[in-house]
Design a protein around this ligand. Structure first.
Ligand code: ADP
Ligand code: ADP
Ligand code: MG
Length: 498
């Protein structure tokens, strides 16, 4: 039984989890740092406990504080969200010890899959294809260089404990190897407290394709199809979709079965994601498994009709999955764009400030998962993601059209965001063709491509919201001129360009 869930997270994902709990009639507890005292997740929860000062190392990452908050409020289960403690095996263990249900996989599964090398070793015997390279850590630079030569350049030096796009270095030229390796090791030590690194082949122009799985505590595992997440900056996703535009039913089955095998290799239960990179023939290799709910899980929810958080809770309660693989079907197409407080014109540098204007898009096929309200500040202490904008359509084209409409309706002022960048991507022929790779941003994006469209966007938003602009025009222009202002025709041109 689960009687009360403490959500050990903040922002959109904390709200996301609480909403499902509420639908299931389960009360929730929020934890918060001093800077989040009036945050939406705190107001939404039935109870809330302050766990410390703003820096996450003094609040959201403190296992003891969170266990104390459970005891104080009588919460008998914890949902960790993503990031923070979600992939921390010690945290899952601490919950077990305190008789609190951890809504996630077992701590041994987290431990194995949380380490990129340990996971490679675990899946090797299950027939899962691996990225060519090492499955053991290496610290000797000369020996490592030799291995890099055997694998063949370019290679990637990776921190075994890495995550969130951090702790990876590409080496194209042997003469740079020593320096990059030294940096990789020290970065791994300082960022992850573990300096193990390994080397794998750097796959030039791959696709990132991942598979959502669900497993119960009775050995049943199913796959919920793939997500394509190749649009990345800094090895981190910005646009995701399900299904992939290029995966055929036969290839889909191969991906799905490989993912289920990865899950079997660690007796996995709960929701999890198996990440692969695929070459242009869609031959694919295992990258890592994320033992948690992912940022981009909504696109899978849209196409399967499942609520993944409810499934996680039911699995944690020991229930059997209520469906088998053959019961699952793909319905339409879904896209997600991540709205980050970042400046795409300035190397995606995080931006901070106040959301002076904040107005969400609405209408058919639109879902916004966010953790902010107008007037709120984006704190500097945490991830700069403001929101996730998700669309669902009968097919990919409709999902894209909806997304482009929604981006134009989204009104954010006071802070730079990735919205204009995302719109550029969605309008690009390579994205539309489905044949894009993780190199998309590097190959096609420069800040200049954003400039020319900004005016048209402002005009559309103003028109849609019946704002000031229209009033002003009506007082100065003849109505006939007014309906086709220069800015409006700019907008139409853009829509037709696709
Ligand atoms: P997803 O695979 O769900 O898209 P991301 O890679 O974008 O996840 O990471 C989700 C969140 O978790 C981000 O806030 C990221 O910074 C954080 N994160 C993921 N892995 C780690 C890690 N090992 N250490 C620190 N933060 C991490
Ligand atoms: P993280 O734990 O930070 O998510 P991953 O191993 O999942 O790390 O890699 C993140 C991204 O880095 C991938 O989606 C891909 O774009 C790129 N990447 C990782 N390994 C390779 C590789 N061997 N070759 C090419 N790209 C890679
Ligand atoms: Mg990853």
């Amino acid at each position: 039984m689960i009687n009360k869930i403490l959500v050990a997270n903040r922002g959109e994902i904390a709200l996301r989890v609480m909403r499902s709990a509420r639908e299931m009639g389960i009360p929730t507890v929020a934890v918060y740092s001093e800077t989040d005292n009036t945050a939406p997740h705190v107001l939404y929860a039935d109870e809330a406990v302050c766990i410390g000062p703003p820096p996450s190392a003094q609040s959201y990452l403190l296992i003891d504080k969170i266990i104390d908050a459970c005891k104080q409020t009588g919460a008998d289960a914890v949902h960790p969200g993503y990031g923070f403690l979600s992939e921390n095996a010690h945290f899952a263990e601490a919950c077990e010890k305190a008789d609190i249900t951890f809504i996630g996989p077992s701590s041994p599964a987290i431990k194995v899959m949380g380490d990129k090398l340990a996971s490679k070793q675990a899946v090797k015997d299950f027939g899962v294809p691996l990225v060519p390279g090492m499955d053991e850590p290496i610290s000797d630079v000369a020996a490592a260089k030799k291995i890099a030569e055997e694998i063949g350049y370019p290679v990637m030096i990776k921190a075994s404990a890495g995550g969130g796009g951090k702790g990876m270095r590409i080496v194209h030229d042997p003469k740079d190897f020593e320096e990059q390796m030294t940096r990789a090791v020290s970065e791994a030590r300082s960022s992850f407290g573990d300096d193990s690194v390994f080397i794998e082949k750097f796959i030039t122009s791959p696709k990132h394709i991942e598979v959502q799985i669900l497993g119960d505590q009775h050995g049943n595992i199913v796959y919920l199809f793939e997500r394509e997440c190749s649009i990345q900056r800094r090895n981190q996703k910005v646009i995701e979709e399900a299904p992939s535009a290029v995966v055929t039913p036969e290839v889909r089955k191969k991906f799905g079965e490989a993912a289920v095998n990865v899950a079997r290799s660690c007796n996995y239960y709960g929701a999890g994601t198996v990440e692969f990179i695929a070459d242009s023939n869609l031959d694919f290799y295992f990258l890592e498994m994320n033992t948690r709910l992912q940022v981009e899980h909504p696109v899978t929810e849209q196409i399967t009709g499942l609520d993944l958080v409810k499934e996680q809770i039911k699995i944690a309660r020991g229930e059997k999955l209520s469906f088998a693989q053959d019961d699952l079907q793909i319905n339409g197409h879904s896209l997600e764009v991540r709205v980050y407080a970042e400046d795409p014109e300035n190397n995606f540098l995080p931006d901070t400030g106040t959301l002076k204007t904040y107005r969400r898009p609405q209408g058919p096929g639109i879902r916004v998962d966010d953790g902010y309200e107008p007037g709120m500040e984006i704190p500097i202490y945490y991830d700069p993601m403001i929101a996730k904008l998700i669309t669902h359509g009968k097919d990919r084209q409709e999902a894209i059209e909806r997304m482009r409409r929604a981006i134009r309706e989204y009104q954010i002022e006071g802070i730079k965001t990735t919205l204009t960048f995302c719109d550029f991507v969605l309008g690009h022929e390579e994205f539309v063709s489905g044949k894009f790779t993780t190199k998309f941003v590097e190959e096609h994006f420069t800040p200049e491509v954003l400039q020319k469209d900004v005016d048209a966007d402002t005009a559309l938003v103003a028109a849609l919201l019946g704002a000031e602009l229209r009033q002003k025009q009506q007082s100065t222009l003849h109505p006939a001129q007014n309906t086709d202002s220069a800015k409006n025709s700019g907008w139409k041109k853009r829509m037709n360009k696709r």
